[in-house]
Design a protein around this ligand. Structure first.
Ligand code: PA5
Length: 427
């Protein structure tokens, strides 16, 4: 058992058939957006030759660069960032991975370019469509810097991950001779962390991506089971929908381990972009406890009753510390000899009890420890839960049409060809 699911006072039996129906639609590819279900069996069916090339490229990048710059936004970077933050030691600077093209901040982008001036670096541009504005701008700037630094050798430091056939980036890469990897056509950005999108940056960080895929393979076996009692992804999807229907419109993902901060960001994107449509869907957000108990804790406990919490609990920390005995009168002697993780876990227990008391339902997902296998297992669990949950909700969990609205306005305001009429209207 790699994952444990605890919840209180929710009867799933009446919703069993909905869960099974949703899973059936996914496995038989009969539901909305079924062209984007490539991720369901990808951990078993992935292209072995491509993985080998990813591993070779990561070796090459690590040997000839001080750092890798990952250019991408949304699903094209959040999974890798989540894995690296979760699985690397906090202060490990042995091989740096930095992320750009996920913001239009001129200050951040300028500071990155300055930081890179005296470093040897390679870049991995990740964009399925190949035309997203944020990474495209960052790529243009980085390409210029690479060409100034390495002249005709610059092209050996550019790695592109994009659609196998279509898009401007694919065309550009092929004509320039850059090394390319693929985002399978039937896998959308937020479901792509286990493809080359996530695997190349994660492998460059020195993390065992084969173990990650093994974890995901185990998850395929566990979460495609057509059996509610044994399929935690289906159970969790049903619980979320029951709470949503009870008026809990916000799901707060919480953890007592700050290394999971970006897992929270990845979850926000996965669930927010998959379910927030047709005027429906839970609003996903994330908090890090106990830190945020001293900021948002008041609201969670005592504010408007719009939310429930999903705790991600880690049983065994990577490291632990014993609180030393002390003769000082600092009011802490009741903690002498206890481990810091024991105290952290008691803080979690205390929080769950207090929040339940304050009418905040809680779900606890417990993993034994954090490692690459568990990361693969966990992300697959969430992707399957999200797909099942989206189908129960009655939306297409694989499109994101709502994202286009701001883009079109931005193109019009910036004077892009073809957007003249909209520009007039906006003025
Ligand atoms: O999940 C998604 O599909 C999106 O968040 C995309 O990943 C994001 O918009 C980036 O798109 P692209 O990879 O085409 O640049």
């Amino acid at each position: 058992m790699y994952l444990k699911l605890d919840y209180q006072n929710i009867d799933l039996s009446k919703r069993k058939s909905e869960g099974l129906k949703a899973l059936d639609k996914i496995l038989s590819k009969q539901g909305l957006g079924s062209d984007f279900l490539g991720w369901t069996h990808y951990p078993e069916n992935y292209n072995r030759e491509e993985l080998q090339r990813v591993l070779e490229a990561s070796e090459k990048i690590r040997s000839e660069s001080d750092l890798l710059v990952v250019v991408g936004i949304g699903g094209s970077y959040l999974g890798a960032k989540a894995a690296i933050d979760m699985l690397k030691p906090y202060f490990d600077k042995s091989f740096e991975i930095i992320f750009v093209g996920n913001t239009l901040s001129s200050t951040y982008t300028a500071e990155v370019l300055k930081y890179l001036e005296n470093k040897d670096f390679s870049i991995n541009v990740i964009s399925k469509s190949g035309s997203t504005t944020e990474p495209a701008i960052a790529f243009r700037l980085l390409k210029k810097l690479l060409e100034e630094k390495y002249q005709d050798k610059a092209k050996d430091r550019i790695y592109i991950t994009t659609d196998p056939k279509s898009g401007i980036l694919r065309m550009e890469a092929e004509s320039a001779g850059w090394t390319t990897f693929t985002v399978p056509s039937d896998i959308g950005g937020r479901y792509s962390v286990l493809t080359s999108v996530g695997l190349l940056p994660i492998a460059c960080a020195g993390i065992d991506v084969k173990k990650m895929l093994e974890g995901a393979q185990q998850a395929v076996l566990d979460f495609t089971q057509k059996d509610l009692d044994n399929n935690l992804a289906m159970k969790y999807a049903i619980i979320r929908n029951i709470l949503y229907e009870q008026g809990k419109k916000v799901e707060i993902f919480t953890t007592f381990e700050p290394k999971l901060r970006y897992l929270g960001e990845w979850l926000k994107q996965l669930f927010g972009e998959s379910e927030g449509k047709d005027s429906k869907g839970l609003f996903p957000t994330s908090l890090i406890y106990s830190t945020d108990l001293h900021s948002m804790g008041q609201f969670v406990q005592d504010g408007s009753k719009i939310h429930f919490e999903t705790f991600i609990r880690i049983e065994k920390p990577e490291l632990d510390i014993i609180i030393p005995e002390s003769t000082d009168d600092d009011g802490l002697n009741y903690l002498d000899g206890k481990s810091l993780n024991y105290i952290n876990d008691k803080a979690l227990e205390a929080t769950v009890l207090a929040h339940n008391e304050g009418d905040v339902p809680t779900i606890i997902l417990t993993i034994h420890e954090i490692n690459p296998f568990i990361f693969g297992y966990l992300v697959y669990f969430f992707m399957m839960s999200c797909a099942i949950s989206g189908y129960i909700l009655g939306v297409n969990p694989f499109n994101q049409e709502g994202v286009e609205a701001y883009k079109n306005n931005m193109y019009a305001l910036l004077g892009k060809k073809g957007y003249e009429k909209l520009a007039e209207k906006l003025k």
